[in-house]
Design a protein around this ligand. Structure first.
Ligand SMILES: [Zn+2]
Ligand SMILES: [Zn+2]
Length: 349
């Protein structure tokens, strides 16, 4: 649909990544004959005896999970980075270089209940999880070899998760992940040049427009950004600038948990299915540099652009490195704003 005065396609500047996003919403309804993703509802019991994450079960490492009642953290049994990474590596040829993949990789189980999701947890339990994320960032970030702590959740089979038990992961690494490195550089420069956090300016621009804001409480905000690369991409953030969770008050953590829950409930309610996504926490690097201008936030990337239809990364994204969005952020935000704040499973209960 083309609105009067609204161009059918345009470039939008992504200020955190410093790159263009091409918005070409007129392409959304083009005929599609490709593959479709399937999202199975997969109702499961509360406890599954073959699940590595359920309480009291044995993991592949031979360790037994405790009879945990809320959040449970353990070292990943299949780490991508770890303290026992091989130190003696083959020297590559020519200009190539390598380094041991040292660090810490952990799994965070959100709940002992196998068949729940983050969206369905009460706000108090989500706040407890956010508190655990904070404690992990502080503990792992304090290690001299750890330059960055990346906390994330991959949810759903379409993003490669085979075990539905609600959980996320933490990678504490000896390098800073690329997106956070860029955000830290851009935020520092903006802070130096303008004396304000870049993210504060993003929040202000969203508030001045208003169409893409999904939720606000006294200290947290949820919006589908002007520069979104994915159809239903959303940011959740405290309104005050905190470089990480470490400096946030209990009240701010509670507000953030409420904001996150509201977003995830609306995702599930949109098509009445358990919405797949990649959720990442963007916290300042723990590399000893000054990150005063860095504004902690969460970014959520659902891969679907329609029910059972994935956004595929192709020529522009993989080949060129810039995103082509088939949807207008204002239209997608309007869809999310229109759905109920009560989870559909609770409505039918
Ligand atoms: Zn389980
Ligand atoms: Zn970010």
């Amino acid at each position: 649909m083309v609105f009067s005065g609204v161009p059918a396609w345009e470039q939008r500047w992504h200020p955190l990544r410093e790159e263009w996003v091409v918005v070409a919403a007129h392409r959304q309804d083009r005929p599609w004959q490709g593959e479709r993703a399937t999202v199975s509802p997969a109702p499961a019991p509360e406890y599954v005896d073959s699940c590595y994450f359920c309480p009291r079960n044995l993991r592949v490492s031979g360790e037994r999970n405790p009879d945990y009642q809320s959040v449970f953290v353990f070292d990943n049994d299949h780490p991508c980075v770890g303290p026992s990474a091989p130190q003696l590596l083959d020297r590559p040829t020519g200009i190539y270089r390598n380094a041991p993949a040292t660090g810490v990789s952990r799994v965070v189980c959100y709940s002992p209940k196998h068949n729940t999701t983050l969206a369905e947890l009460p706000v108090g339990e989500i706040a407890a999880l956010v508190g655990t994320w904070r404690d992990q960032y502080v503990e792992l970030g304090a290690r001299p070899e750890v330059r960055h702590v990346l906390t994330f959740e991959n949810k759903g089979e379409v993003v490669g998760v085979s075990n539905p038990h609600p959980h996320g992961q933490i990678f504490a690494t000896n390098f800073v992940f690329k997106t956070i490195e860029t955000e830290a550089e851009v935020s520092s420069r903006h802070y130096r040049d303008h004396g304000r956090s870049l993210f504060q300016d993003i929040i202000r621009a969203e508030q001045d427009d208003g169409r893409r804001i999904l939720f606000e409480n006294s200290s947290a905000i949820v919006f589908l950004p002007y520069f979104a690369r994915y159809a239903y991409e959303c940011f959740v953030a405290p309104k005050e600038t905190h470089p990480s969770l470490a400096t946030m008050s209990a009240a701010e953590i509670h507000d953030l948990a409420a904001a996150l829950k509201l977003l995830l409930v609306r995702y599930d309610n949109l098509w009445q299915l358990s919405f797949p996504y990649v959720l990442t926490l963007h916290q300042a690097p723990t590399d000893g540099e000054d990150h005063s201008g860095f504004h902690f936030h969460l970014e959520c990337y659902p891969p679907l652009r329609k029910p059972n239809l994935l956004k595929y990364l192709a020529g522009p994204e993989v080949g060129g490195g810039n995103f082509l969005s088939d949807t207008r952020p204002e239209a997608k935000a309007e869809e999310l704003r229109a759905v109920s704040e009560v989870h559909y499973k609770a409505q039918h209960a």
